[in-house]
Design a protein around this ligand. Structure first.
Ligand code: 3H9
Length: 724
């Protein structure tokens, strides 16, 4: 029964302010018998924007002022309870009451407040629920404190309330990983009081009625000291948390801040003193550059799904079955991507032996998952049952999508497309996993270029999150929309690229590896270069990467192509010499590094340094000391310069698309926000000046400034300005 309060409060809380003061979001208010029901409404996921905060304050005060109201139930409209603070407000001036004002109002309420957690309760959303006196949850609703993923900590009392509820160790684990848990697990942990059996709002109202009937006391978590008192003096809890942070959140600023806040919760024995520590630490995180970068990544991940000329409502096809041509490392990994989400796959190889080998590797990969406790044997059986092997193209005819993952040679690929075209059913998507070849040439080999697209998975395909989707000149909007959707189904982050050599990622990589090769000839060691990039946050340096991929690949290709030694690029000379000594990298336990038997941790080798020095001498290059700052700039600035050209050529839609590619496909550190975002932070003018300086000193194609970079600098603009 509405009390007639719905409208006035809506005006007060949301619509009125939206008009007058540009506040965002609303809280609906109604009464059902003696219960005030407040429903947060800020589509699509109910973040705590200004209008929501205002509505929360006003609603609670209205309920307190109404003698007929005995308890309050708080829920969310739509699919979320509350997705957390409105992260688009960070870094700007927020209107309306602060979240802390709201929480203080709720905490002080003399009438019990019950959270009816209908859907996602993340970050500030869970913190609001923790400020309620009781919590009822829908079984499907996830709860989490994912602030750490945005470079933040739970700054609305979460670091102080959660340890008081579930103990410091579990609270720390929950906040340092930031991973959500489902409703029933939240109940098992003690975060919520009840899992609703039917409608969550009805259950919460019934719960509230029971509280009233029993005269139950208001339970304020802030007043509960027993659990944190029991943790006091147990230093191991915090040592373990720091170890987890170092392992899972390398180079992140926020985890240590979280640990310190929980230490305060445990050791200070005073809630308000703990809140003060939390607020100071939250402010430090808010000001830290990592926060800005990680929030950029959050929005960028959502932005890349938007393709200006492919509207959201473009029709898509159902992908209920797939075929993969080639069952080697890439093909097998791609098949696993489909199997992992329950899509049946037909795998094609040239002969039975290769097919058996490929399928054997897939099975072994799954068995390793079982050994590591990540899958059950039954799940492996289910996935393997979805896999069919064949050596006959005719067996691919019923697949909704066929992905070729064969040798990276355009003639071989064109032939595969002719065969795919001959057998595929009408409307099937024909995709290439090429990492840089011309998709239009493959499309031209078919009678259906509108159905041809590039689906560039990254190795290992079943692990890496990036999927570069390459549109050809004739690829239809429906094929693009279906492929983008397929990316989401496969739990990948899909980025659309234009069709040009190397697409986005590999085109940019050229300059990075070339510079690394040049720098070692001019004075640095491979170990110095790798170390500088590791310090920057890359998971491995370029020479470690070469060892992992195998130095012999390029060497063999050059030999097979009949390249004369004097024509070998100077940056490949050292690697080729190592190959002549059977040092192919990790696979032979020797490459740029020496790998003790069974270890992937390489050790520097003085012999390699001698080979590098000898090569410099042969080439007449005099060696001088190159500092780490120059190493970094020379490796990273070519990425940015080429990124600018890629934007100018329209190969990437937006700078943030490049950031997503580099972070998810090439290990660029997430805390930088990606190469283009990082470039803005460094100052494009500084980067341009260095590019010109390196051009004068060293010459070469990497140091010709991209016209877009020059224009942005001349206009005093950033890459971000291109996104509007
Ligand atoms: C925090 O709470 C700090 C506090 O501790 C302390 C404060 C003092 N704000 O992801 P989707 C937008 S920090 C603003 O596609 P889904 C999103 O950009 C916060 N906007 O949907 C997108 O916009 P668009 C802690 C937000 O169903 C649209 O909503 N909370 C927010 O796949 C739909 O999003 C988090 O870190 C937000 N908080 O997933 C949770 N959240 O349509 C962050 C979403 O224009 N959010 N938007 O592209 C999520 O994890 C997911 O969005 C969620 C929904 C799981 C909620």
């Amino acid at each position: 029964m509405a009390l007639g309060f719905d409208e006035p409060l809506r005006q007060n809380a949301g619509q009125f302010y939206q008009g007058e003061r540009h506040m965002k979001g609303t809280v609906h208010y109604e009464t059902r018998d003696n219960i005030a029901l407040m429903t947060i409404d800020n589509p699509p996921v109910n973040p705590l924007s200004s209008g929501v905060r205002q509505g929360l304050n006003d609603g609670i005060n209205a309920a307190l002022a109404d003698d007929s109201v005995k308890a309050i139930v708080l829920t969310g409209a739509g699919r979320a309870f509350i997705a957390g603070a409105d992260i688009s407000e960070f870094g700007g001036k927020a209107e309306g009451p602060s979240l802390h004002d709201c929480l203080n109002t709720m905490d002080a309420s003399s009438k019990p407040i019950v959270a009816a957690i209908n859907g996602t309760a993340f970050g500030g959303g869970l913190e609001v629920a923790l400020c309620c006196h009781y919590r009822v949850i829908a079984p499907s609703a996830p709860v989490g404190l994912p602030e750490v993923k945005l470079g933040l900590l739970p700054g609305a009392g979460g670091t102080q309330r959660l340890p008081r509820l579930i103990g410091a160790a579990k609270a720390l684990d929950f906040m340092i990983t930031g991973d959500p848990i489902p409703g029933p697990k939240a109940k098992a942990l003690g975060i919520v009081d009840e899992v609703a059996e039917g409608d969550v709002v009805d259950s919460a109202i019934a719960y509230a009625q029971q509280l009233i009937a029993n005269g139950s006391p208001i339970r304020r978590i802030r007043d509960e000291e027993d659990i944190v008192a029991a943790d006091r003096g147990n230093a191991e809890i915090f040592d373990n948390a720091r170890k987890t942070a170092a392992r899972k959140m390398r180079k992140r600023f926020a985890p240590e801040m979280i640990v310190q806040c929980v230490e305060a919760a445990v050791n200070l024995g005073d809630f308000d003193a703990g809140i003060k520590v939390e607020q100071e630490s939250f402010a430090k995180c808010l000001q830290h550059p990592q926060r800005e970068s990680l929030i950029h990544m959050f929005f960028a991940e959502r932005e890349v799904a938007k393709i200006p000329d492919v509207p959201k409502d473009t029709a898509t096809q159902d992908i209920a079955s797939a075929a993969v041509i080639g069952c080697g490392t890439m093909g097998g990994g791609i098949a696993m991507c489909f199997l992992n989400v329950g899509i049946p796959v037909t795998s094609l190889e040239m002969n039975q032996e290769a097919l058996d080998r490929g399928i054997g590797v897939i099975k072994r990969n799954y068995d390793i998952q079982v050994q590591r406790g990540r899958m059950t044997a039954e799940q492996v059986d289910q996935r393997m049952a979805l896999l069919t092997g064949t050596t006959d193209y005719a067996d691919l005819g019923q697949a909704d999508v066929i992905v070729e993952a064969i040798y990276e040679n355009i003639d071989v690929k064109v032939e595969a497309f002719q065969k795919m075209d001959a057998v595929a059913k009408p409307g099937a998507i024909l995709a290439s996993n090429t990492s840089g070849l011309d998709v239009d040439k493959m499309a031209a080999a078919t009678k259906r270029p509108e159905s041809v697209i590039g689906l560039h998975f990254f190795s290992p395909a079943n692990v890496m999150r990036l999927l570069e989707i390459v549109r050809g000149a004739d690829t239809s909007k429906e094929t693009i929309a279906t492929s983008m959707k397929l990316g989401r189904t496969l739990n990948k982050i899909a980025v659309l690229s234009g069709n040009a050599p190397g697409f986005i990622g590999n085109r940019m990589l050229g300059g990075y590896t070339r510079q690394a090769g040049e720098i070692i000839l001019q004075g640095a060691t491979p170990y110095q270069v790798d170390n500088a990039l590791l310090q920057f946050g890359m998971p491995m340096g370029p020479f470690q990467m070469n060892d992992l991929v195998g130095l012999d690949l390029g060497w063999r290709a050059r030999k097979l192509g009949g390249m004369k030694p004097e024509d070998v690029p100077i940056t490949a000379r050292v690697a080729d010499k190592l190959c002549e000594m059977d040092r192919f990298g990790q696979k032979t336990n020797r490459g740029f590094y020496i790998y003790p038997e069974g270890s992937r941790a390489g050790q520097p080798d003085p012999e390699v340094v001698s080979i590098v020095e000898e090569t410099s001498a042969e080439l007449g290059i005099s060696r001088t000391e190159i500092d780490d700052d120059e190493v970094l700039k020379r490796c990273l600035y070519p990425l940015i310069n080429e990124g600018a050209r890629i934007l100018e050529d329209g190969i990437a839609i937006r700078p943030c698309d490049i950031d997503i590619v580099y972070i998810n496909g090439y290990g660029f550190p997430e805390v930088t926000g990606g190469p283009m975002f990082w470039a803005d932070q460094q100052g494009l003018d500084n980067i341009l000046a260095d590019i010109k300086r390196f051009g004068e000193a060293y010459g070469g194609p990497n140091w010709e400034p991209a016209p877009l970079l020059e224009r942005l600098v001349a206009e005093g603009k950033t890459f971000a300005s291109l996104q509007g």
